[in-house]
Design a protein around this ligand. Sequence first.
Ligand SMILES: Nc1nc2c(ncn2[C@@H]2O[C@H](COP(=O)(O)OP(=O)(O)OP(=O)(O)O)[C@@H](O)[C@H]2O)c(=O)[nH]1
Ligand SMILES: [Mg+2]
Length: 306
Amino acid sequence: MEKNGFFAKLKGGLSRTRDALSQNLDALLFGKKILDVDLFEQLEDLLISADLGPRFTRDLLDEVQDKIKRRELDNVQEVKKILRERMLAILAGAPPLPEIRRDKPHVIMVVGVNGSGKTTTIGKMAHLLRSEDHEVMLVAADTFRAAAIEQLEIWGKRVGAPVIRQKMNADPAAVVFDALAKISGGYNGIMIIDTAGRLHTKINLMEELKKIKRVISGKLPGAPQETLLVLDATTGQNALAQAKMFKEEIGVNGIVLTKLDGTSKGAVVVRIVHDLALPVRYIGVGEGIEDLREFVSEDFIKAIVD
Ligand SMILES: Nc1nc2c(ncn2[C@@H]2O[C@H](COP(=O)(O)OP(=O)(O)OP(=O)(O)O)[C@@H](O)[C@H]2O)c(=O)[nH]1
Ligand SMILES: [Mg+2]
């Protein structure tokens, strides 16, 4: 898809967030000449309800106030420009993700609570990576239910990627061990590991995920290069709490925000990056195979505040 079509689709997917942020901001600032206390309060409410968080909101309002004092803000409409610049600066400040090399195996472990969109994201991701000529292998380490394995196999067929699986209820770490044993020597593709969002045994999910990670690094030093946390954007602040927990418990070095098409809370991306210093790898803007985008800060900001 050419660049404009791509951006139009991104914009379409993010329309609810844009309405909540950009349109409401326009409505609030329209015809206003001075930023009085009343307008400041409304602005604060708007930013908080868009899930940008209290810290970001306070910083932004401080900057606006400073600019007024220094007489650098002579047009109320400039608030929008300041908002855009602040969000961009935060997103640009995130640490970089490891690049995918083509001379050795690259392992991506995908984690997240149940229903956040892990399996679907893996399917879409595999499609994207296949279109960039990467060899891709999927690993069904969510052995919690048979449907999870089948779901991954359907994606594997759709995108032309083999799926390594065992029976339902098998030890997830054993499935991963098995998959890694299969790639020894000369494999330079990408292995994407699907994990469970919850377990039926009493084993703590975090312990289970740590075990899988240990198996990977034991078999393939330096891997997994990526531990991607999938977060459902519609959960807003809950996504932030989940990100904190996963980052502390198992170590995460990138996030995927899904379901941005169904929420007005998309700006929560900025808050997560701000509070947790984690980069965003992809965003999901629909259920279709093409509905996953590499995250490009400029495009994202342009799509939510125009
Ligand atoms: N609208 C929309 N729906 C999505 C997106 N990503 C995933 N979904 C849907 O969310 C639902 C759950 O997705 P799954 O991929 O099964 O989630 P999961 O994290 O693997 O869930 P468990 O395997 O139960 O832990 C499915 O109906 C997906 O189609 C997205 O970006 N937009
Ligand atoms: Mg799943």
